[in-house]
Design a protein around this ligand. Structure first.
Ligand SMILES: [Mg+2]
Length: 198
C-alpha cells in the first residue's frame, strides 16, 4: 500500500486565498494586487510590506477563528472519499509552533478518516528557541524513510523531496512553476493506485 504525504496549507486547503481575501484585503484594501498576482511565497514584496508584517498577519489569521472555519479543498476531499482508503496518508506541514495545534485540529477534523499522522516542521519565528530536529521537510522525509508520494505547493520542498527519490507532485499555485492542476495531481494519484493494485 502506498504512503502519501500531503502538505496542508494550499494543498488540503486554500490558506493563501482565504488569508488574502478575508484578512489582508479587508484590512488593507487594494484593487491593484489580486490573488493571481502573488507569484512569490512569501509574498511580502509584492504586497509592499515587510516579511515580519506578513508573518504577523498570517499568524493572526491562524490564531483567529478564520483558520479553523476554513473549508477543506473540495476536490481533494472528494478524492479522499473515493480513493482515500487505498493508501496510507500522513501530513507534513511547516507551521509556527504556537499555531501547530490549530493546524493539527483542522487536519484531523476534515481528513482524520484517512490521515493518521500529523507532522510539522516548526517555522522560524523571532524569539522562539526550540530544538531543531529537522530544518526542512526533506530532512524529515529522509529521516522517516517511508513515504512513496509527496504532494506540495512549495517548489523548494518539491525539489528536496524529489532529490530523495520520492515521487513528488507540485500543485499549480501562482507562486510556483507547476502546470499540474489539483485535478491533474489527483488523476495521477488515482493512476498510481490502480497500477499498484493491478
Ligand atoms: Mg503549502
Amino acid at each position: 500500500m502506498l504512503t502519501i504525504a500531503w502538505d496542508v496549507d494550499d494543498v488540503l486547503n486554500d490558506l493563501m486565498y482565504s488569508w488574502y481575501h478575508s484578512k489582508w484585503l479587508v484590512e488593507k484594501p487594494t484593487k491593484s494586487v489580486r490573488y493571481e498576482h502573488l507569484v512569490e511565497n512569501p509574498p511580502h514584496n509584492i504586497l509592499g510590506t515587510s516579511a515580519e508584517e506578513y508573518l504577523k498577519s498570517l499568524d493572526e489569521f491562524r490564531l483567529s477563528d478564520k483558520y479553523e472555519s476554513m473549508g477543506p479543498n473540495k476536490e481533494v476531499l472528494k478524492w479522499f472519499d473515493e480513493y482515500g482508503e487505498h493508501c496510507r496518508h500522513i501530513v507534513l506541514t511547516s507551521v509556527p509552533l504556537n499555531c501547530a495545534h490549530i493546524s493539527a485540529s483542522w487536519v484531523v477534523r476534515h481528513f482524520g478518516k484517512w490521515v493518521r499522522s500529523f507532522n510539522f516542521i516548526p517555522s522560524s519565528r523571532t524569539g522562539v528557541v526550540i530544538p531543531l530536529f529537522d530544518k526542512t521537510k526533506s530532512d524529515f522525509l529522509q529521516w522517516l524513510n517511508n513515504v512513496d508520494v509527496f504532494i506540495e505547493d512549495n517548489e523548494t520542498n518539491y525539489k528536496g523531496a524529489k532529490a530523495l527519490g520520492i515521487k513528488t507532485l507540485l500543485v499549480d499555485r501562482p507562486w510556483n512553476t507547476s502546470r499540474l492542476s489539483m485535478n491533474d495531481v489527483l488523476t495521477k494519484l488515482t493512476k498510481m493506485i490502480e497500477k499498484e493494485t493491478e
